[in-house]
Design a protein around this ligand. Sequence first.
Ligand SMILES: [Zn+2]
Length: 102
Amino acid sequence: MSQQYPQAPPPGFYQPPRDRIIIIPSVGDTPQRMTCPNCHNEIVSVVSTEYSLVQHAAFFIMCITAACLLCSCIPYCMDSLSNVRHECPVCHSYLGTYKRMT
Ligand SMILES: [Zn+2]
C-alpha cells in the first residue's frame, strides 16, 4: 500500500513578493544633494515652505488675545516658524519635511 504525500511545489514556483523599502533621508532647511528614493537619480532637492502647526496655533492665540486681526497674521510671515518641504525636481516625489519647531 503506497501512501501519497503532498508534493512540494517545484523550486521557483512560488516566490514571495519582495517588500520595497524606501528610505527617506533626513533633510535640513536648505536644498540637499541626495539620491531620490523613487527615480534613483542624483538630485538636489527643491524646497518649498509650508505653514506649521506652531503658526496656526500662534494665529489662533493672537486672534483671541490681540485686538488687531492684522497683527494676528504675523506668525504666517515668519519663515523661521514654517516647515520646509523637499521634493525631487525630476519625478516630483515627496522626499521629506524639515520641521523647525516641534
Ligand atoms: Zn525622483
